[in-house]
Write a protein that binds this ligand. Sequence first.
Ligand code: T46
Length: 134
Amino acid sequence: MNAEPLKKFKVLGDSRGQLIALEENKEIPFNFKRIFYIYGTQNGVPRGQHSHYKTKQLLVCVHGRCKVSLDNGKEKKIYSLYKPELGLFQDKLIWGEMFDFSSDCVLMVLADDIYNESDYIRDYKQFLEVINVH
Ligand code: T46
C-alpha cells in the first residue's frame, strides 16, 4: 500500500459524551456523494469481496467491530475496525473484504460516487487482469 489507509479521527465532545465530525476533503479524503451501512451480518459470513474501477470509499465501524483486508494485487493487509474514531480508506482498484463481524457491528461506508454496479469488479481473476493494465 502507498499512503497509510487507516485514519484516526479527532474525537470531539465533552463531559456529556463524544462526537466525531467527518467533512469532505478533510477527514473524508474525497468529495463525498453516498453513504450506506451494513449490519446484521451473519456469523462467519464475509462481505465485500470486490474492487471498484473508480469509486473510493471510507469505512467506519460506528458500532461493534469487524476486520477488513485490503489487497492491491501484490500485497494484502488486514485492519481491525473496533472503535468509531477509526476510518479505513479503500482506494479505487483495491480489492476489499470485510469479515469477523461482531453481531452488533454497523459498518458505515462513505463513497465518492453514487451506486453503479458497472463500477464493481466482483471476480478476483478479473481484478488482477485489470490492475495489470493500469
Ligand atoms: C462495501 C461493503 C462494505 C445498492 O443498491 N446501493 C448501494 O449503494 C450498495 C452499496 C449496494 N446496493 C445493492 C446491491 C446489492 O443488490 O445492495 C445489495 C448488496 O450489495 P453488495 O452485495 O455489494 O453488498 P456487500 O455487503 O457485499 O458490499 C457492500 C458494498 O457493495 C461494498 O462497496 O465496501 O458493502
